[in-house]
Design a binder for this molecule. Sequence first.
Ligand code: OSB
Ligand code: MG
Length: 365
Amino acid sequence: IRIRHVELRRVRLPLIHRFRTSSHVKHELEHILVGVTDASGVTGWGEIASPSGPYYGAETVQSCWAVARDHLRPLVLAAAWEHPAELAAVMGRVRGNHFARAGFDMAAWALWSALDGSPLAAALGGTRTRVAAGVSLGIEETIDELLEQVALRVAEGYHRIKLKIAPGWDVEPVRAVRAAFPRIPLHVDANGAYPASERAVFGELDRAGLLMIEQPFAPRALVAHAELQETLATPICLDESVEDVDDLVTALRLRAGRVLNIKVSRMGGLTPAVRAHDLAHAEGLPVWCGGMHEFGIGRAANVALSSLPGFTMPSDVSGSDKYYARDITTSPVTCRNGFVAVPRTPGLGWEPDLPFVAERTVARL
Ligand code: OSB
Ligand code: MG
Protein backbone atom coordinates (compact mmCIF):
# COMPACT_ATOMS: atom_id res chain seq x y z
CA ILE A 1 0.00 0.00 0.00
CA ARG A 2 1.16 3.50 -0.78
CA ILE A 3 -0.56 6.62 0.50
CA ARG A 4 -1.03 9.12 -2.32
CA HIS A 5 -2.77 11.82 -0.35
CA VAL A 6 -2.86 12.92 3.28
CA GLU A 7 -5.54 15.30 4.46
CA LEU A 8 -5.31 17.12 7.80
CA ARG A 9 -8.24 19.07 9.24
CA ARG A 10 -8.54 20.91 12.53
CA VAL A 11 -12.14 20.52 13.61
CA ARG A 12 -13.92 22.15 16.56
CA LEU A 13 -16.94 20.95 18.49
CA PRO A 14 -18.50 22.41 21.65
CA LEU A 15 -19.05 20.05 24.59
CA ILE A 16 -22.63 19.74 25.84
CA HIS A 17 -21.40 19.93 29.42
CA ARG A 18 -18.09 21.57 30.43
CA PHE A 19 -15.50 19.15 31.76
CA ARG A 20 -13.17 20.00 34.64
CA THR A 21 -10.26 17.79 35.72
CA SER A 22 -7.56 18.34 38.35
CA SER A 23 -5.59 20.37 35.82
CA HIS A 24 -7.97 22.29 33.56
CA VAL A 25 -11.50 22.92 32.33
CA LYS A 26 -12.77 22.62 28.76
CA HIS A 27 -15.89 23.79 26.96
CA GLU A 28 -14.89 22.98 23.41
CA LEU A 29 -12.53 20.54 21.72
CA GLU A 30 -10.35 20.91 18.68
CA HIS A 31 -9.17 17.62 17.22
CA ILE A 32 -7.30 16.90 13.99
CA LEU A 33 -8.81 14.51 11.46
CA VAL A 34 -6.30 12.57 9.37
CA GLY A 35 -7.43 11.14 6.04
CA VAL A 36 -5.08 8.81 4.16
CA THR A 37 -5.98 7.86 0.58
CA ASP A 38 -4.34 5.07 -1.43
CA ALA A 39 -3.87 4.78 -5.19
CA SER A 40 -7.29 3.15 -5.63
CA GLY A 41 -8.95 6.18 -4.04
CA VAL A 42 -10.00 4.53 -0.76
CA THR A 43 -9.64 6.77 2.31
CA GLY A 44 -9.06 5.73 5.90
CA TRP A 45 -9.78 8.23 8.66
CA GLY A 46 -8.06 8.74 11.99
CA GLU A 47 -8.30 11.34 14.73
CA ILE A 48 -5.63 13.18 16.69
CA ALA A 49 -7.44 13.73 19.98
CA SER A 50 -4.91 15.92 21.76
CA PRO A 51 -6.15 18.39 24.33
CA SER A 52 -5.48 22.04 23.40
CA GLY A 53 -3.07 22.62 26.29
CA PRO A 54 -0.18 20.52 27.69
CA TYR A 55 -1.91 19.54 30.94
CA TYR A 56 -2.86 15.89 30.45
CA GLY A 57 0.41 15.18 28.64
CA ALA A 58 3.03 17.21 26.84
CA GLU A 59 1.27 17.44 23.47
CA THR A 60 -1.04 20.21 22.29
CA VAL A 61 -3.18 20.63 19.16
CA GLN A 62 -0.55 23.03 17.89
CA SER A 63 2.34 20.60 18.50
CA CYS A 64 0.37 17.77 16.86
CA TRP A 65 -0.39 19.93 13.85
CA ALA A 66 3.28 20.82 13.39
CA VAL A 67 4.52 17.24 13.85
CA ALA A 68 1.80 15.83 11.60
CA ARG A 69 2.50 18.36 8.85
CA ASP A 70 6.30 18.52 9.00
CA HIS A 71 7.31 14.99 10.06
CA LEU A 72 4.60 12.33 9.92
CA ARG A 73 2.96 13.33 6.64
CA PRO A 74 6.25 13.12 4.66
CA LEU A 75 7.15 9.77 6.30
CA VAL A 76 3.73 8.30 5.51
CA LEU A 77 3.78 9.57 1.90
CA ALA A 78 7.21 7.98 1.33
CA ALA A 79 6.45 4.56 2.86
CA ALA A 80 5.35 1.35 1.12
CA TRP A 81 3.69 -1.15 3.48
CA GLU A 82 1.60 -4.30 3.57
CA HIS A 83 0.28 -4.03 7.12
CA PRO A 84 -0.38 -1.04 9.47
CA ALA A 85 2.25 -2.36 11.91
CA GLU A 86 4.90 -1.69 9.24
CA LEU A 87 3.77 1.90 8.88
CA ALA A 88 3.78 2.23 12.69
CA ALA A 89 7.42 1.07 12.65
CA VAL A 90 8.26 3.74 10.06
CA MET A 91 6.55 6.40 12.21
CA GLY A 92 8.55 5.10 15.17
CA ARG A 93 11.41 7.26 13.89
CA VAL A 94 9.48 10.14 15.47
CA ARG A 95 10.07 10.05 19.23
CA GLY A 96 7.16 10.72 21.57
CA ASN A 97 4.33 12.72 19.99
CA HIS A 98 2.03 9.76 20.52
CA PHE A 99 -1.26 11.59 19.95
CA ALA A 100 -0.01 12.80 16.57
CA ARG A 101 1.21 9.33 15.59
CA ALA A 102 -2.02 7.73 16.80
CA GLY A 103 -4.07 9.70 14.27
CA PHE A 104 -2.05 8.31 11.36
CA ASP A 105 -1.90 4.78 12.76
CA MET A 106 -5.69 4.74 13.20
CA ALA A 107 -6.18 6.03 9.65
CA ALA A 108 -3.86 3.28 8.33
CA TRP A 109 -5.85 0.58 10.18
CA ALA A 110 -9.14 2.03 8.91
CA LEU A 111 -7.82 2.00 5.34
CA TRP A 112 -6.26 -1.45 5.64
CA SER A 113 -9.35 -3.11 7.13
CA ALA A 114 -11.58 -1.43 4.51
CA LEU A 115 -9.34 -2.72 1.68
CA ASP A 116 -9.25 -6.16 3.33
CA GLY A 117 -13.05 -6.20 3.61
CA SER A 118 -12.94 -6.89 7.35
CA PRO A 119 -14.36 -4.95 10.28
CA LEU A 120 -11.63 -3.03 12.12
CA ALA A 121 -12.45 -4.92 15.34
CA ALA A 122 -11.83 -8.28 13.67
CA ALA A 123 -8.64 -6.98 12.02
CA LEU A 124 -7.32 -6.08 15.49
CA GLY A 125 -8.21 -9.49 16.95
CA GLY A 126 -11.44 -8.42 18.62
CA THR A 127 -13.91 -11.06 19.70
CA ARG A 128 -16.81 -9.19 21.34
CA THR A 129 -19.99 -8.20 19.50
CA ARG A 130 -20.70 -5.36 21.94
CA VAL A 131 -18.64 -3.48 24.49
CA ALA A 132 -19.66 -2.36 27.97
CA ALA A 133 -19.48 1.40 28.43
CA GLY A 134 -18.74 3.56 31.44
CA VAL A 135 -18.77 7.35 31.82
CA SER A 136 -16.20 9.78 33.12
CA LEU A 137 -17.63 12.72 35.09
CA GLY A 138 -15.74 15.96 35.64
CA ILE A 139 -15.38 18.04 38.77
CA GLU A 140 -18.57 20.05 39.42
CA GLU A 141 -19.20 23.29 41.30
CA THR A 142 -21.27 21.50 43.94
CA ILE A 143 -21.91 17.97 45.15
CA ASP A 144 -25.60 18.32 44.20
CA GLU A 145 -24.63 19.01 40.59
CA LEU A 146 -22.38 15.95 40.65
CA LEU A 147 -25.16 13.77 42.06
CA GLU A 148 -27.43 15.00 39.25
CA GLN A 149 -24.86 13.94 36.65
CA VAL A 150 -24.40 10.53 38.26
CA ALA A 151 -28.18 9.98 38.43
CA LEU A 152 -28.53 10.85 34.73
CA ARG A 153 -25.81 8.42 33.62
CA VAL A 154 -26.95 5.63 35.94
CA ALA A 155 -30.47 6.00 34.50
CA GLU A 156 -29.00 5.73 30.98
CA GLY A 157 -27.58 2.32 31.92
CA TYR A 158 -23.84 2.97 31.98
CA HIS A 159 -21.99 0.14 33.67
CA ARG A 160 -19.50 2.17 35.65
CA ILE A 161 -19.13 5.75 36.81
CA LYS A 162 -15.74 7.42 37.08
CA LEU A 163 -15.33 10.61 39.07
CA LYS A 164 -12.51 13.07 38.53
CA ILE A 165 -10.86 13.96 41.82
CA ALA A 166 -8.32 16.58 42.90
CA PRO A 167 -7.06 17.85 46.26
CA GLY A 168 -10.11 19.47 47.86
CA TRP A 169 -12.58 17.44 45.77
CA ASP A 170 -12.08 13.82 46.75
CA VAL A 171 -13.32 12.09 49.90
CA GLU A 172 -16.42 14.24 50.32
CA PRO A 173 -17.90 13.89 46.79
CA VAL A 174 -17.00 10.19 46.70
CA ARG A 175 -18.80 9.59 50.01
CA ALA A 176 -21.83 11.54 48.80
CA VAL A 177 -22.05 9.52 45.57
CA ARG A 178 -21.55 6.26 47.48
CA ALA A 179 -24.29 7.17 49.94
CA ALA A 180 -26.75 8.03 47.15
CA PHE A 181 -25.77 5.04 44.95
CA PRO A 182 -24.58 2.26 47.29
CA ARG A 183 -24.22 -0.38 44.56
CA ILE A 184 -22.91 1.28 41.41
CA PRO A 185 -19.46 0.31 40.17
CA LEU A 186 -17.49 3.47 40.91
CA HIS A 187 -13.91 4.62 40.37
CA VAL A 188 -11.89 7.81 40.71
CA ASP A 189 -9.24 9.45 38.50
CA ALA A 190 -6.79 12.02 39.89
CA ASN A 191 -4.81 12.67 36.68
CA GLY A 192 -1.67 12.69 38.80
CA ALA A 193 -2.74 15.61 40.99
CA TYR A 194 -1.45 14.35 44.36
CA PRO A 195 2.06 14.58 45.79
CA ALA A 196 3.78 11.19 46.08
CA SER A 197 3.71 11.55 49.88
CA GLU A 198 -0.12 11.61 50.05
CA ARG A 199 -1.52 8.66 52.03
CA ALA A 200 -4.47 9.94 54.12
CA VAL A 201 -6.82 10.67 51.19
CA PHE A 202 -6.15 7.28 49.64
CA GLY A 203 -6.60 5.56 52.98
CA GLU A 204 -10.10 7.10 53.14
CA LEU A 205 -10.89 6.28 49.52
CA ASP A 206 -9.78 2.70 50.13
CA ARG A 207 -12.91 2.29 52.29
CA ALA A 208 -15.35 3.57 49.64
CA GLY A 209 -15.68 0.30 47.72
CA LEU A 210 -14.07 1.67 44.57
CA LEU A 211 -13.22 -0.46 41.55
CA MET A 212 -9.91 1.37 41.24
CA ILE A 213 -8.02 4.60 41.89
CA GLU A 214 -6.67 5.93 38.59
CA GLN A 215 -3.34 7.76 38.31
CA PRO A 216 -3.00 9.24 41.81
CA PHE A 217 0.56 10.49 41.23
CA ALA A 218 2.63 12.10 38.49
CA PRO A 219 3.20 10.07 35.31
CA ARG A 220 6.82 9.11 35.94
CA ALA A 221 6.29 8.30 39.65
CA LEU A 222 6.05 4.54 39.13
CA VAL A 223 7.86 3.71 42.37
CA ALA A 224 5.43 5.90 44.35
CA HIS A 225 2.49 4.09 42.73
CA ALA A 226 4.02 0.73 43.68
CA GLU A 227 4.52 1.87 47.28
CA LEU A 228 0.96 3.19 47.53
CA GLN A 229 -0.46 0.00 45.98
CA GLU A 230 1.16 -2.05 48.75
CA THR A 231 -0.87 -0.13 51.34
CA LEU A 232 -4.25 -0.34 49.53
CA ALA A 233 -6.83 -3.04 48.94
CA THR A 234 -8.26 -0.99 46.04
CA PRO A 235 -6.42 -1.58 42.75
CA ILE A 236 -4.44 1.34 41.33
CA CYS A 237 -5.05 1.92 37.62
CA LEU A 238 -2.33 3.52 35.52
CA ASP A 239 -3.15 5.97 32.72
CA GLU A 240 -0.55 8.73 32.12
CA SER A 241 2.26 6.51 33.49
CA VAL A 242 2.07 4.07 30.58
CA GLU A 243 2.96 5.69 27.26
CA ASP A 244 4.44 2.61 25.65
CA VAL A 245 4.91 -1.11 26.08
CA ASP A 246 8.26 -0.55 27.84
CA ASP A 247 6.49 1.54 30.49
CA LEU A 248 4.07 -1.36 30.93
CA VAL A 249 6.96 -3.79 31.39
CA THR A 250 8.35 -1.49 34.10
CA ALA A 251 4.95 -1.10 35.77
CA LEU A 252 4.42 -4.87 35.81
CA ARG A 253 7.87 -5.51 37.23
CA LEU A 254 7.37 -2.88 39.95
CA ARG A 255 3.75 -3.93 40.61
CA ALA A 256 2.85 -0.26 40.25
CA GLY A 257 -0.82 -1.00 39.56
CA ARG A 258 -3.36 -3.78 39.20
CA VAL A 259 -5.37 -2.32 36.30
CA LEU A 260 -4.36 -0.60 33.06
CA ASN A 261 -6.23 2.10 31.15
CA ILE A 262 -5.22 1.70 27.49
CA LYS A 263 -5.76 4.83 25.41
CA VAL A 264 -5.17 4.66 21.67
CA SER A 265 -3.92 8.28 21.67
CA ARG A 266 -1.59 8.05 24.64
CA MET A 267 -0.01 4.81 23.40
CA GLY A 268 0.59 6.21 19.89
CA GLY A 269 -2.07 4.28 17.99
CA LEU A 270 -3.91 1.01 17.65
CA THR A 271 -0.73 -0.94 16.87
CA PRO A 272 0.95 -0.23 20.24
CA ALA A 273 -2.43 -0.36 22.03
CA VAL A 274 -2.96 -3.94 20.82
CA ARG A 275 0.58 -4.86 21.92
CA ALA A 276 -0.06 -3.40 25.37
CA HIS A 277 -3.32 -5.36 25.53
CA ASP A 278 -1.55 -8.61 24.54
CA LEU A 279 1.11 -8.20 27.21
CA ALA A 280 -1.38 -7.22 29.92
CA HIS A 281 -3.66 -10.11 28.96
CA ALA A 282 -0.76 -12.58 29.13
CA GLU A 283 0.20 -11.21 32.56
CA GLY A 284 -3.36 -11.32 33.91
CA LEU A 285 -3.63 -7.53 34.24
CA PRO A 286 -7.22 -6.39 33.49
CA VAL A 287 -7.52 -3.51 31.01
CA TRP A 288 -10.16 -1.09 29.78
CA CYS A 289 -10.12 1.53 27.07
CA GLY A 290 -9.89 5.15 28.16
CA GLY A 291 -11.04 8.10 26.11
CA MET A 292 -10.02 11.66 25.27
CA HIS A 293 -13.52 12.92 24.45
CA GLU A 294 -12.96 11.66 20.92
CA PHE A 295 -15.21 12.64 18.08
CA GLY A 296 -16.91 9.74 16.27
CA ILE A 297 -13.80 8.70 14.33
CA GLY A 298 -11.52 8.28 17.34
CA ARG A 299 -14.40 6.76 19.29
CA ALA A 300 -14.87 4.16 16.54
CA ALA A 301 -11.26 3.08 17.03
CA ASN A 302 -11.87 2.86 20.80
CA VAL A 303 -14.92 0.65 20.23
CA ALA A 304 -12.94 -1.69 17.96
CA LEU A 305 -10.06 -1.91 20.45
CA SER A 306 -12.44 -2.56 23.35
CA SER A 307 -13.66 -5.71 21.57
CA LEU A 308 -10.36 -7.49 22.32
CA PRO A 309 -10.62 -10.28 24.91
CA GLY A 310 -8.50 -8.63 27.63
CA PHE A 311 -10.84 -5.61 27.87
CA THR A 312 -12.77 -7.09 30.76
CA MET A 313 -13.77 -3.83 32.46
CA PRO A 314 -16.18 -1.17 31.06
CA SER A 315 -14.45 1.30 28.71
CA ASP A 316 -14.91 5.09 28.47
CA VAL A 317 -16.70 4.62 25.13
CA SER A 318 -19.83 6.57 26.00
CA GLY A 319 -22.38 7.46 23.32
CA SER A 320 -21.81 10.60 21.22
CA ASP A 321 -24.76 12.24 23.02
CA LYS A 322 -22.78 12.30 26.28
CA TYR A 323 -20.41 14.80 24.69
CA TYR A 324 -21.84 16.50 21.61
CA ALA A 325 -25.15 17.82 20.34
CA ARG A 326 -24.03 16.59 16.92
CA ASP A 327 -21.03 14.35 16.25
CA ILE A 328 -18.91 14.54 13.09
CA THR A 329 -19.91 11.08 11.84
CA THR A 330 -22.88 10.38 9.54
CA SER A 331 -24.44 8.43 12.42
CA PRO A 332 -23.63 8.96 16.09
CA VAL A 333 -22.03 6.35 18.33
CA THR A 334 -24.96 5.04 20.33
CA CYS A 335 -24.96 3.37 23.69
CA ARG A 336 -28.02 1.28 24.64
CA ASN A 337 -28.42 -0.21 28.09
CA GLY A 338 -24.76 0.57 28.63
CA PHE A 339 -23.51 -1.29 25.55
CA VAL A 340 -22.09 -0.07 22.25
CA ALA A 341 -22.49 -2.56 19.39
CA VAL A 342 -19.27 -3.41 17.53
CA PRO A 343 -19.79 -2.73 13.79
CA ARG A 344 -19.74 -5.71 11.44
CA THR A 345 -19.09 -3.72 8.27
CA PRO A 346 -15.61 -3.47 6.70
CA GLY A 347 -13.31 -0.73 8.00
CA LEU A 348 -13.89 1.67 10.87
CA GLY A 349 -17.69 1.27 10.85
CA TRP A 350 -18.41 5.01 10.96
CA GLU A 351 -17.83 7.61 8.25
CA PRO A 352 -17.16 11.32 8.69
CA ASP A 353 -20.09 13.54 7.72
CA LEU A 354 -17.94 15.60 5.34
CA PRO A 355 -20.29 18.58 4.85
CA PHE A 356 -20.66 18.94 8.64
CA VAL A 357 -16.91 18.43 9.12
CA ALA A 358 -16.34 21.23 6.58
CA GLU A 359 -18.62 23.52 8.62
CA ARG A 360 -16.58 22.83 11.75
CA THR A 361 -13.13 22.96 10.13
CA VAL A 362 -10.89 25.81 11.27
CA ALA A 363 -7.75 24.87 9.30
CA ARG A 364 -6.99 22.44 6.51
CA LEU A 365 -3.95 21.03 4.75
O1 OSB B 1 -7.72 10.88 32.32
O2 OSB B 1 -9.12 9.64 31.34
C1 OSB B 1 -8.62 10.77 31.50
C2 OSB B 1 -10.53 13.26 29.32
C3 OSB B 1 -9.53 14.14 28.99
C4 OSB B 1 -8.27 13.93 29.52
C5 OSB B 1 -8.01 12.85 30.35
C6 OSB B 1 -9.01 11.95 30.67
C7 OSB B 1 -10.31 12.20 30.16
C8 OSB B 1 -11.46 11.38 30.48
C9 OSB B 1 -12.61 11.37 29.50
O3 OSB B 1 -11.58 10.80 31.53
C10 OSB B 1 -12.97 10.01 29.03
C11 OSB B 1 -13.94 10.07 27.88
O4 OSB B 1 -13.52 10.22 26.70
O5 OSB B 1 -15.15 10.00 28.13
MG1 MG C 1 -7.28 9.03 33.29
